[in-house]
Unconditional design. Structure first.
Length: 79
């Protein structure tokens, strides 16, 4: 993916991820005894790949407009 563009990793605390996906419902990987622990495990397993991103934006406790604003700032500095 890096060959075709800029990678921005949207990060969040496991607790925030859990509260967000609870609203969506259909998450087969989280249909387990401890969804929070599963999220933590998945983040650890995927960390090596996430670290390949060019930029990171922490979305924890932020509104969508705040995250979008941060991404726009990143993109404006790259142009």
């Amino acid at each position: 993916m890096k060959k075709s563009g800029l990678l921005i990793c949207l990060e969040a605390q496991p607790e925030d991820i859990l509260s967000r996906v609870k609203l969506e419902g259909d998450r087969p990987l989280l249909e387990c005894q401890s969804p929070l622990e599963k999220i933590k495990d998945l983040l650890r397993e995927r960390d090596l790949y996430y670290k390949e991103a060019d930029f990171f934006v922490d979305t924890s406790g932020r509104e969508i407009y705040e995250v979008v604003s941060k991404i726009i700032k990143i993109l404006n500095n790259k142009i």
